[in-house]
Design a protein around this ligand. Structure first.
Ligand code: VGL
Ligand code: ZN
Length: 218
């Protein structure tokens, strides 16, 4: 079965960056497996609106385990009243690990959203930062950008399935977009998370499909 893609749909490619690939600073399980499919999807010109997000941290970012002496990578600590996972340092601004993945042709992308540049606040969703000292505010401008273009439907792919893709999906649903996740074009940091992650997407009302179900070029 193939689904026609509406002109009012946007594709959001989340954090496909070398640091999230196997061997990278914060590897996703089989993260490299999604690269050819995303490149093909972009080259197919099936989406009228395409956005990429890029994790983009200063070297002293609060989410980095090195900023918390005595803590272990992947430990969770309270921060600004919420749980914060401590990650190995990753996607440091200007490094090759933070680039948009070099094996993808990004020329189809209309807008790149860089997130996580506030040293004190993490940012998983492409729409807004995590909780900071002043609570949670919309900050990235993505919702406004989509609204100006009449977008009413969002397709997501990229990394990581249970972190930034999931948080972006949650905000997309909250903002009223019909939201889809292209499951085969996502991978998790931790494969153990896949069953609960799938349940979470279901609970949010996110449609889970594979890229093979999308229609070919019109
Ligand atoms: C991500 C953890 C930390 C992601 C980014 O892109 O899913 N995960 N920063
Ligand atoms: Zn990050």
């Amino acid at each position: 079965m193939s689904l026609p893609i509406s002109h009012r749909a946007a594709l959001i490619v989340v954090d496909v960056q070398p640091d999230f690939m196997p061997g990278g600073a914060l590897a996703c399980h089989e993260g490299d497996a999604i690269v050819p499919g995303i490149d093909r999807l972009l080259r197919s010109h099936q989406f009228r609106h395409v956005v990429a997000t890029q994790d983009w941290h200063p070297a002293n970012h609060v989410s980095f385990v090195d900023a918390h002496p005595g803590r272990q990578p992947f430990e969770r600590i309270p921060l600004h009243g919420h749980a914060q996972t401590l990650w190995p340092a990753h996607c440091v601004q200007g490094t090759t690990g933070a680039a948009l993945h070099p094996a993808i042709d990004w020329s189809m992308v209309d807008k790149v959203i860089r997130k996580g540049d506030d040293p004190q606040v993490d940012s998983y969703s492409g729409f807004r930062e995590n909780h900071g000292p002043a609570g949670r505010r919309p900050t990235t401008g993505l919702a406004e950008w989509l609204r100006e273009r009449g977008v009413d439907e969002v397709y997501l792919c990229g990394l990581a399935r249970e972190v930034c893709v999931l948080w972006t999906a949650q905000d997309s649903v909250d903002l009223g977009y019909r939201t889809h996740v292209l499951w085969d074009l996502t991978r998790p940091v931790s494969p153990d998370s896949d069953i609960p992650t799938r349940i979470r997407y279901d609970q949010l009302g996110v449609d889970i499909l594979d890229s093979s179900e999308l229609g070919g070029p019109a």
